[in-house]
Design a binder for this molecule. Structure first.
Ligand SMILES: Nc1ncnc2c1ncn2[C@@H]1O[C@H](COP(=O)(O)OP(=O)(O)OP(=O)(O)O)[C@@H](O)[C@H]1O
Length: 573
């Protein structure tokens, strides 16, 4: 019980503030729904009675007072009216019930959407270093699966459980008042159900939480890795490795899922047996003591009580199973709401300054030590250095994705961080630019809802994309497919360049773009870069290719953690 209260407190803490009132209403409506069930069942008993024995209309004082107040002239017309009333009541009750369930589901799944939104915002807020340590399976689980599981397997079962507990309590109380023997019979029959359930839960359900926590993300990881490395998997003939890893985990999980399903099925079956045994016991009692018992009302009461207690008990037990199996979700969904703070504006009009910047990755030696240099606005600076010397790290620092361990990086005197608008001024072109599964124009405008056609046409020309577009079946509106697999390395680079130009980036960083380009594409990118330099953009070229480095006003060399002005040892063209 203590655990349950603790869980309820935790669950309430997770529900976003604006939904708490709605959830309380949902709970209230669920209770109302249960009460309507009880009322309609209670109405069933007198209707059965007057049908089986019409003399009850006059002999039963309660029934007679209703008959009298409503001014009926014959028992038959009263029977018909009661039956019609009962039908209307059941229809109305079930319509209300559907509406209440819809309200509950709508509220609960709106909460799931809210939690997903929070998780996605939190993901975009994670630091670059945390991001590189994470994996996509875990991220997608946190954003998609966990909020959904919280709604489906925690919130709905919890609301059902609380309202069903109250309803079961009311039913037992009412029956006790009417006939304590039946009440005792009903309660004592529930005990074997609870014992069987408890045994099952201990044996099979308690491991399921571990499955959901550990095996599910691992299996998803192998699945995604296998799909993402399609070419390598085929090349190295490692289909069995990925399939094997995935399927071993999946089989274990499915075995436990099977027990989870069986457990939810179990109470209904046991309760059915209990119902038949109860009826048999009442019959046996009436045979043994015929004068002591009024068989029909007793049986009606037992069956009516059971009819409503049966789903109550099933729902309570299933809710307990669900809360146990999915309790881990509570730890993973707890992330606080993101507080948005306005970002500090940076208008780049003078220079970028690296002042005694040192950077260590966690648990590693310093990649860069006390480096100092400046880049003036409008300059084109080349950066070269051996593989692993720290060129990309330098760029991540310049982008503000990572912050110096010591020293400072400032733009016009303002220190770089994710809390200022610096990233909006920078276009970063990587070796393998990202292509999203969308049209070419959506790839260029990247995340803009309303595409500015005039600007689009301009950047398409600047990035030398005109001839590529002519080859496409529907021009700029052609879909580039998942991961842009149908686009060549050179085309990718030009699309990325158009993307950077579309957002009016002031500073353009080209990170080893020559790696995936042939001579023709390299010259084309080179001519685009020359155009950018001429138009006053600040350009940073991390590269080893003389064709590109030749475009730079100066070249910096990263070597053993330091940065020197290079003598341009390579003959420039
Ligand atoms: N996220 C990270 N965590 C830990 N170490 C890292 C991380 N990223 C890079 N490193 C290490 O930092 C060093 C510099 O890496 P960086 O990618 O900056 O080099 P680079 O000069 O760009 O190399 P390349 O030319 O091969 O791309 C390397 O030793 C690398 O292993």
């Amino acid at each position: 019980m203590k655990r349950l209260i603790y869980d309820i407190e935790q669950i309430f803490a997770i529900i976003p503030e604006r939904f708490r009132k709605k959830i309380r209403f949902s709970l209230f409506y669920s209770l109302l729904n249960g009460l309507l069930d009880i009322v309609s069942l209670a109405m069933l008993i007198p209707v059965i009675l007057i049908f089986l024995d019409p003399t009850q209309v006059r002999s039963n004082s309660t029934i007679f007072s209703v008959y009298d107040i409503l001014g009926f002239a014959s028992a038959r017309s009263f029977q018909v009216a009661m039956l019609t009333g009962l039908a209307v009541l059941f229809i109305a009750k079930n319509i209300i019930s559907v509406r209440i369930h819809h309200h509950l589901s709508k509220t609960v799944f709106s909460i799931a959407s809210d939690l997903s939104e929070n998780a996605l915002n939190a993901f975009f807020k994670t630091s670059y270093l945390e991001f590189v340590k994470s994996n996509s399976a875990l991220i997608s689980r946190k954003i998609k699966t966990i909020p959904h599981d919280f709604a489906s397997y925690i919130l709905i079962p919890l609301i059902n459980m609380v309202s069903e507990m109250v309803i079961a309590g009311i039913i037992i109380l009412v029956i006790t008042l009417y006939n304590p023997v039946i009440s005792l019979l009903l309660v004592s029959f529930m005990i074997p159900v609870l014992l069987v359930f408890r045994w099952f839960k201990r044996k099979h359900i308690d491991n399921i939480e571990q499955d959901f926590r550990d095996k599910y993300p691992k299996s998803l990881k192998y699945l995604l890795q296998g799909v993402d490395s399609y070419i390598d998997v085929k090349l190295y003939q490692k289909e069995d490795f990925f399939t094997g890893k995935f399927i071993t985990l999946k089989k274990d999980m499915n075995e436990n899922y099977a027990w989870l399903k069986t457990t939810s099925f179990l109470p209904a079956k046991v309760l059915e047996v209990v119902l038949v045994l109860g009826i048999a016991l009442i019959f046996a009692y009436s045979l043994l003591f015929p004068s002591n018992i009024d068989l029909i009302p007793l049986l009606s009461l037992f069956i009516a009580g059971f009819y409503r207690l049966y789903p109550s008990i099933t729902r309570i037990l299933n809710a307990i199973t669900s809360l146990n199996a999915y309790r881990y979700v509570l730890d993973e969904v707890k992330d606080a709401e993101i507080q948005y703070q306005p970002k500090q504006e940076i208008d780049f009009y003078d220079k970028i300054v690296f002042d005694r910047v040192t950077f260590f990755y966690p648990e590693k030696d310093a990649v860069l030590k006390e480096i100092c240099f400046e880049i003036a606005k409008g300059q084109c600076v080349g950066i070269c250095g051996q593989s692993g010397s720290g060129k990309t790290t330098l760029m991540k620092l310049l982008l503000g994705l990572i912050t110096p361990t010591s020293g400072s990086i400032t733009v016009d005197g303002i220190a770089l961080s994710e809390d200022n608008t610096w990233l909006a001024r920078v276009g970063y072109l990587q070796q393998q630019p990202v292509i999203i599964d969308a049209t070419l124009e959506e790839n260029i405008a990247f995340g803009e809802m309303n595409i500015d056609i005039e600007k689009l046409t301009k950047v398409v020309k600047q990035a030398n994309l005109t001839s590529f577009i002519k080859e496409l079946p529907t021009g700029l509106r052609t879909s580039l497919g998942e991961n842009g697999l149908q686009v060549s390395g050179g085309q990718r680079q030009r699309i990325a360049l158009a993307r950077a130009l579309y957002r009016d980036a002031e500073v353009l960083i080209f990170d080893e773009v020559s790696n995936n380009l042939d001579q023709t594409n390299l010259l084309e990118i080179g001519s685009s870069i020359s155009y950018l330099i001429a138009s006053g953009k600040t350009v940073i070229l991390i590269d080893h290719d003389p064709i590109l480095l030749n475009l730079a006003d100066r070249v910096l060399e990263v070597f053993e953690g330091a940065v020197h002005e290079s003598e341009r040892s390579t003959p420039l063209l």
